[in-house]
Design a binder for this molecule. Structure first.
Ligand code: NAD
Length: 473
């Protein structure tokens, strides 16, 4: 905060635990309203300083290149820290650090290419626009990809000249603190990046309702996103909300089924299903329903569940609360008369962490809660369909609209569905395209609004000022 490492104002701390072992790993300052206030003041003072204004766009780019390099130099250590904090498999943590570095590298290249326009009006008026930073940007980060999501929005906000206050999730406060240290080492002036650790109900609400921030980027649950938006509305602040989904993989009988099954499994088991864009629904053409579920089941049952440090295929879920939530959904599945085709229970034999078996739930109606609600665990809901029109109606049938996977060799079906499905991203015969820092990402409906990643994200961290100059000769 303001270039210093400091305790919380109240001097309180909370304990971070390793989700894979339940061991205590750190005591972390428990920030509240006073700490948030301190952070916002530091960010405001930095933003309005001569020093900040004097940073050339090209220099911002150079600082970001250094951040990217430092992240990669510290990759092994950061990945182990992320695995300790979140429990996720080491390979996933390494990928998370690489993607975080890539965000800074990508936006480093654009920092000096953020342009305005000249607008033709009259011969005696020169009219042009300036694309300016917003000021102090607030970033409320969830626990599923703490480093990556902090890097995602911080990089775009810094590239466009904003200062930032980041509030980390209480379950995973460690790696983004290290990111702040790297930002400092790379040359971001003090106050440019401030990080508050603490609980959502204290530090989170204080940041969302702070009158002196200029924008909020929130990633997390629909309920909290809605609260953040209400708080922002009081102060008339813009928000970007990224709230998760119930994303379908739609598999037709004419698809490459081996390929489709591989990605269907990956899309729901990556990060133990705790991914906003997890492919948590499998919509499968009825003629191949039984056989395709068998292929998926066979692949899923081979995955090794265990602590992330052992580089398992599936790590633990983040907390006791999250494990309980998934178990509650299994009770709902039973009440709804579903068939548990695979898994369906917690997995204590995998270790002392919060492990849940990879799970396939079949035999559900498209109206069931299992088919509609975000479970946020390695739980795949299977729903058969008879026609492309029915596939669309089921795909569009939830409250969400984040990502859709389409698996078919028929270009007509693929195009028609891509054009008609309500979804921020559509993947045809792939899912995720390798992570895609360059690809625009964001939701429709209750998946949220605003866009992250790619060049599109820059619009949400800038505002346009119109300048008209009248001249005479
Ligand atoms: P959450 O939405 O409550 O937490 C996300 C972030 O918001 C955390 O940093 C938290 O401290 C903060 N926060 C909490 N309450 C706040 C408030 N009132 N004002 C401002 N900030 C606040 O998520 P959760 O309760 O930890 O998880 C519950 C569910 O959310 C999950 O089961 C999952 O469905 C969903 N989720 C989605 C994503 C995603 O990437 N879309 C990420 C995490 C959780």
């Amino acid at each position: 905060m303001n270039g210093e490492w400091t305790e919380s104002v109240s001097n309180r701390t909370f304990i971070a635990i390793n989700s894979g072992t339940r061991e205590e790993i750190a005591h972390v300052p428990m920030g509240d309203k006073n700490d948030v206030d301190r952070a916002v003041k530091a960010a405001r003072t930095a933003f309005e300083s001569e020093e900040w204004r004097a940073i050339l766009p090209a220099d911002r780019g150079r600082i970001m290149q250094r951040i990217s390099r430092l992240l990669l130099e510290q990759k092994e250590e950061l990945a182990m820290l992320e695995t300790c904090d979140t429990g996720k498999p080491l390979a996933q943590s390494i990928a998370d650090v690489e993607v975080s570095a890539r965000y800074f590298e990508y936006y480093a290249g654009v920092a000096d290419k953020i342009l305005g326009e000249t607008i033709p009006i009259r011969s005696d008026i020169l009219d042009f626009t300036l694309r300016e930073p917003l000021g102090v940007t607030a970033h409320i980060v969830p626990w599923n990809y703490p480093l990556q999501i902090a890097a995602r929005s911080l990089s775009a906000a810094f590239a466009t000249g904003n200062t930032s206050v980041i509030k980390l999730a209480e379950d995973t406060p460690l790696t983004a603190l290290r990111l702040a240290a790297i930002c400092e080492a790379a040359g971001i002036p003090k106050g440019g990046v401030n990080v508050v650790t603490g609980y959502g109900y204290e530090a989170g609400t204080a940041l969302a309702s702070h009158p002196d921030i200029d924008h909020i980027t929130f990633t997390g649950s629909v309920a909290t996103g809605s609260e953040v938006m209400k708080a922002a509305a009081v102060n008339v602040k813009p928000v970007t909300l990224e709230l998760g989904g119930k994303s379908p993989n739609i598999v037709f009988a004419d698809a490459n089924l081996e390929d489709a099954a591989y990605w269907v499994v990956r899309a729901i088991t990556q990060n133990a299903g705790q991914t906003c864009s997890a492919g948590s629904r499998l919509l499968v053409e009825r003629s191949i329903h039984a056989s395709f579920v068998e292929i998926v089941k066979e692949k899923m049952s081979r995955l090794r569940v265990g602590p992330g440090a052992d580089n398992s295929d599936i790590g633990p879920v983040i907390s006791e609360k999250q494990l309980q939530r998934i178990e509650d959904y299994m009770n709902i599945a039973n009440q709804e008369g579903a068939t548990i085709a695979l898994g369906g229970k917690s997995c204590p034999e995998a270790g002392s962490g919060f492990f849940f078996e990879p799970t396939i739930i079949d035999g559900i109606s498209k109206e069931s809660r299992i088919a509609n609600e975000e479970i946020f665990g390695p739980v795949l809901a299977v729903i058969p369909f008879d026609s492309v029109q029915e596939a669309l109606s089921i795909a569009n049938g939830t409250e969400f609209g984040l990502v859709t996977g389409i698996w078919t060799s028929d270009i007509n079906k693929a195009h028609w569905l891509a054009g008609t499905v309500r979804s921020g991203q559509v993947f045809i015969n792939n899912y995720g395209a390798g992570g895609g820092v360059e690809m625009t990402f964001g939701g429709s409906r209750k998946s949220g609004f605003g866009r992250e990643k790619g060049l599109e994200a820059l619009k949400f961290y800038t505002q346009v000022k119109n300048v008209a100059i009248k001249f005479t000769v």
